[in-house]
Ligand binder design. Structure first.
Ligand SMILES: Nc1ncnc2c1ncn2[C@@H]1O[C@H](COP(=O)(O)OP(=O)(O)O)[C@@H](O)[C@H]1O
Ligand SMILES: O=C(O)[C@H](O)[C@@H](O)[C@H](O)[C@H](O)COP(=O)(O)O
Length: 233
């Protein structure tokens, strides 16, 4: 959900014009979160940057809020960090191009790193990250991090065109309208074999089910990442 850009915030020097609203405070895992040793492993051995990706309407914000609450991570809503020019373009049904996206992607990467630096035990970021080269920008977080245990992990939400159209169409008050779904899918490069098998930093979630079903799938996927990383630590 888009928030106000008027609040005070710190601005990275290389992105002076960017809106940078404050991030949500880390939340404690909800009282009814299922007890799971993965929660401890994630915080003891690694500081994860979870990037929830996929086209408009796939459920990024919905899933990211759930994951942030479950793990007590800081939530960063990517839509809140677009410069006004990008928002105006999207609201006019004009797809962003690469040039529109680079600084936004760098800003999201740096916001995630800032959060970890300020003590967050992990971060969940929503970012469509439609193309491999956009994901590669976020992957460079590792190079800039002062914390050698920081780990970027993508949670890609896979949805059919019909599902996207239905969900974007039903959503109220967002600048991204259903007319943009076609261009989102045209730009989309799903995570490829290299990313899945070599980099091993992508989890793919089918989101055709209910919110609860999708939450369970996302939780299982992320728990497995924490288990894996804990075992390797
Ligand atoms: N699994 C689901 N089933 C049905 N509706 C969903 C599901 N997940 C999200 N939604 C709804 O679809 C719309 C788009 O979800 P949202 O999280 O805003 O997607 P994104 O952030 O990827 O654009 C919202 O109105 C949301 O409530
Ligand atoms: O919630 C949404 O509907 C989307 O996330 C939408 O807002 C947009 O896709 C991104 O903010 C960035 O735009 P690109 O996907 O064109 O990079």
């Amino acid at each position: 959900m888009l928030q106000s850009f008027e609040q005070a915030h710190s601005t990275p020097p290389h992105y002076a014009a960017a809106p940078t609203p404050p991030m949500s405070k880390p939340t404690s895992p909800s009282a009814n979160a299922i007890a799971n040793p993965a929660l401890d492993m994630s915080t003891a051995d690694h500081h994860h940057i979870l990037i929830v990706t996929g086209p408009a309407g796939c459920g990024k914000s919905t899933v990211a809020k759930f994951l942030a609450e479950r793990y007590g991570f800081t939530y960063i809503e990517g839509d809140d960090f677009h410069p006004q020019a990008n928002i105006e373009k999207m609201a006019a049904n004009i797809p962003l191009d690469d040039a529109d996206r680079w600084d936004w992607l760098i800003l999201l990467r740096d916001q995630a790193l800032d959060s970890l630096k300020q003590g967050a035990k992990g971060v969940v970021v929503t970012c469509s990250a439609l193309k491999k080269k956009y994901r590669d920008v976020i992957r460079t977080a590792r190079l800039y991090d002062e914390d050698p245990n920081a780990a970027v992990q993508f949670v890609y939400l896979r949805a059919s065109k019909e599902t996207l159209l239905a969900r974007v169409g039903a959503r109220q008050g967002h600048y991204m309208k259903d007319a943009m779904v076609t261009s989102q899918l045209a730009a989309l490069e799903e995570p490829d074999k290299d990313e899945i098998e070599k980099l091993k930093d992508v989890q793919i979630i089918d989101v055709k089910g209910s919110q609860l079903e999708v939450q369970k799938l996302a939780q299982t996927a992320v728990d497995s990442v924490f288990q894996r990383d804990g075992a390797q630590a």
